[in-house]
Design a protein. Structure first.
Length: 179
């Protein structure tokens, strides 16, 4: 096996990315404090053709060198917007036809492996603060909560890792059903 060069990866340009059909998912970051985590979410969102990222509360916004360090330019390709109040955004997204899913461990959560996205449905995926998680008022106003099954002693993942796991799983379920 030979590693592929950058040229062999057939990467698209930022302009081509912006014109490419996205999967019907927006990511909402609820009070994320780590700039590296924010950048990682941008990079993962670029990889899986996420439509948009909403940065809420204390979540920092580009341009910032520590976001750029992990985003590697994805802040230029992925659409984003800052909305201060997460709960107001949740209500607007619901009125715009999104199913709002908080990624959180709650009573009655749906395990990620059991979650089946509905065809032709828009989803807003909310990820919360590194210590406190998704705020309770946001959980209360979500349509559902999705939990990543975990079997070790910690039962928590870094937000950038959780984002990658969730977006890959949902992307996989949506993208490969199309074909």
């Amino acid at each position: 096996m030979k590693k592929l060069s950058l040229e062999e990866l057939n990467r698209i340009s930022v302009d081509e990315f912006k014109k490419t059909d996205k999967i019907p998912i927006v990511v909402v970051l609820d009070n994320i404090r780590s700039l590296n985590n924010i950048g990682s979410v941008f990079r993962t969102s670029d990889a899986f053709l996420i439509a948009k990222i909403y940065l809420c509360g204390i979540t920092a916004t580009p341009p910032h060198k520590d976001i750029h360090k992990t985003a590697l330019g994805a802040t230029n390709s992925v659409a984003w917007e800052y909305i201060e109040n997460t709960l107001e955004l949740v209500n607007k997204l619901k009125s715009d036809g999104y199913i709002v899913a908080s990624i959180e461990q709650v009573e009655g959560s749906v395990m990620l492996n059991e979650f089946r996205p509905k065809p032709n449905t828009k989803y807003a995926i909310i990820l919360g603060n590194e210590v406190k998680g998704v705020r309770q008022d946001v959980v209360n106003n979500s349509d559902l909560c999705i939990e990543i099954p975990q079997f070790g002693t910690k039962h928590s993942l870094n937000i950038s890792i959780a984002t990658g796991v969730v977006l890959w799983d949902i992307f996989n379920k949506i993208w490969y059903k199309k074909g």
